[in-house]
Design a protein around this ligand. Sequence first.
Ligand SMILES: [Zn+2]
Ligand SMILES: [Zn+2]
Length: 104
Amino acid sequence: MEFCPECGAMLLPKDNKLACKCGYVKDLTETETKQYAVDEKVESKNNVIMRGEDINTHPTTTITCPECGHNKAAWWLQQTRSADEAPTRFFQCLKCKHTWREYD
Ligand SMILES: [Zn+2]
Ligand SMILES: [Zn+2]
């Protein structure tokens, strides 16, 4: 921290110089310039929590499994080829784990 020799106020860094509100300007040496350089390095913390696809979190519905004939299946919506198309509904039998998509 440096102070103005003219009025005693605190000098503020400005364009590689130290300037005072009274008009006094002190040129900085290269070393001093680095000393006053602003460190803009921002430490970013990535707190992404990985979530696995868990079949137990899907809602269930009453539908007949084409494989084993069980009448309960979990279902979920899944975006297929492009975002322009409506998402496809998939089913997974709770008994034999057979997975099939809804046909329209
Ligand atoms: Zn001053
Ligand atoms: Zn089944």
